[in-house]
Ligand binder design. Structure first.
Ligand SMILES: Nc1ncnc2c1ncn2[C@@H]1O[C@H](COP(=O)(O)OP(=O)(O)OP(=O)(O)O)[C@@H](O)[C@H]1O
Length: 445
């Protein structure tokens, strides 16, 4: 198959470009991106896309960098492709440290800014199947998860890689057959860089075992991409049935325990990522799995003050509260509005409310407070300790001391928003209406 046809089929298979889109081709001047530029130019009419080019001069490798820039300028002029050039002194900017990483970061921001400026829908990079092969071997050698083993993607957000299924050999043959000139980056031959060592020394050896190494790795990564998609979809469907707020994640154990431990870890990892923007290492993930396996309740310190707490029937991931907030506020006058750390209580004589009680109760001395111990509830069949009541309602331990209670001076609980209301048998003329606006109502669910 001609290389143009192969690239066209990659573009279609992965929906890389749509008609009327503008694509910005990132051209270094090297063989891959020069081939990509020519191929996209040849396909642009059939694809009905507008083609632009961008080159970034890193100011490295002395005169070579300027020669690369001039070369790319001349090619684009020849092909009638509008070109945008960016320039930065990377050596100066990086202070001589991490030059490669700084260059890469600056190049990517230049490409994104340029795409924005010219309203390009996509940025095309010249990565080939041979680059994918090197990346995968490099990641495997260094150690990486599924993401590392599947390497880069044919499409990620607005970045596309149309040469994804083409080998470097095919690119070189195409350039040779069409007499297309390109620039050679002298640093590509320095085997002190691991990537070059893999390309120049390791891969030729591996190809003695499997001459179609690139094709094989391409197929393997396809399987890994599908596996990753499957895991993401499974995890997302599980997360849909969990409570995930800004600082807390909680999942019912009956939904979590039957899952395979691999999926359990993926769910916990994704939840943690959503809460903190960071990942957990495998040691911490395994510790949570062990906690889930044990028959007891308990907790584990995760990272950034976040904890995993296992109660009777939920797993909670939340930021550790440095100190417990206790409060006890008397209700002196009606109407009144009482602010507590968990929410606001409004007491009135006239309007409707979430809870209504006889005004006479005020004579007993009423308080809005958190649990101190010794509180009780008056139920039709007698008194019940608050502790027992909370146990029966399966209220998570971490919430028990934070739930606001409306109590009498004798420790009788008459209202717990969302959870309990005292029933008054006698109708009274003068009533008090209470409304509560606030948090910690997880137990409502
Ligand atoms: N100086 C440059 N100007 C414009 N585009 C560039 C430049 N250097 C690289 N690119 C683009 O990036 C692609 C990948 O280049 P290269 O393999 O050298 O970078 P890399 O550092 O390996 O990239 P990555 O880190 O994304 O894998 C090239 O094919 C080209 O499309």
């Amino acid at each position: 198959m001609k290389i143009e046809e192969k690239v066209l089929s990659t573009i279609k298979r992965f929906s890389l470009l749509k008609p009327n889109e503008t694509v910005l081709c990132a051209v270094s001047g090297g063989p891959d991106s020069i081939a990509l530029l020519h191929i996209l130019k040849a396909l642009s009419k059939r694809l009905k896309v507008n083609l632009h080019a961008a080159h970034f001069n890193h100011g490295l490798r002395d005169s070579e960098a300027d020669e690369d820039e001039n070369f790319v300028k001349s090619i684009c002029k020849e092909l009638f492709i509008p070109l945008i050039v960016g320039k930065e002194n990377i050596k100066k900017l990086s202070g001589g440290k991490n030059i490669e990483a700084v260059a890469r970061k600056e190049r990517y921001s230049f490409l994104q800014e340029t795409a924005k400026k010219i309203k390009a829908d996509k940025i095309a990079l010249g990565h080939t199947a041979s680059d994918l092969c090197e990346t995968v071997i490099f990641n495997m050698t260094k150690g990486s998860g599924i993401k590392g083993l599947r390497g880069f993607l044919p499409k990620r957000k607005n970045i596309i890689r149309p040469l994804f299924e083409v080998s470097r050999e095919e690119v070189e043959n195409y350039l040779k057959n069409h007499n297309i000139p390109f620039r050679i980056d002298s640093s590509n031959f320095n085997i002190k860089f691991s990537r070059n060592l893999i390309r120049l020394k390791v891969i030729p050896y591996l190809k003695k075992i499997n001459p179609s190494l690139e094709e094989t790795i391409l197929r393997e990564t396809q399987t890994l991409r599908e596996l990753e998609e499957f895991i993401t979809e499974t995890v997302n469907s599980i997360l849909k049935n969990c409570i995930l707020t800004q600082n807390t994640f909680s999942i019912q154990l009956e939904n979590l325990l039957p899952l395979h431990s691999f999926i359990k870890k993926a769910v916990i990892q994704e939840a943690f990522l959503k809460l903190t923007g960071e990942s957990l290492n495998t040691k911490k993930l395994s510790a949570v799995i062990n906690l889930l396996k044990s028959h007891k309740s308990g907790s584990i310190d995760l990272k950034n003050s976040f904890k995993a707490i296992k109660t009777q029937d939920v797993l909670i991931i939340k930021k550790e509260e440095k100190q417990q907030v206790h409060f006890k506020i008397p209700i002196v006058t009606i109407p009144s509005e009482i602010e507590t750390p968990s929410g606001t209580f409004k007491f009135e004589n006239t309007k409707d409310g979430d809870f209504v009680f006889p005004e006479d109760e005020l004579k007993k001395g009423l308080f809005i407070k958190t649990r101190e111990g010794g509180e009780w509830l008056s139920l039709p069949f007698g008194r019940k300790k608050l502790k027992k009541f909370l146990n029966e309602k399966k209220i998570p331990f971490h919430l028990r001391n934070r739930i606001p209670l409306l109590t009498t001076d004798e420790n009788e609980v008459i209202w717990i928003p969302g959870l309990y209301k005292k029933t008054y048998i006698k109708e009274s003329k003068r009533k008090v209406f209470v409304r509560y606006e606030g948090g910690i109502k997880d137990f409502d669910k």
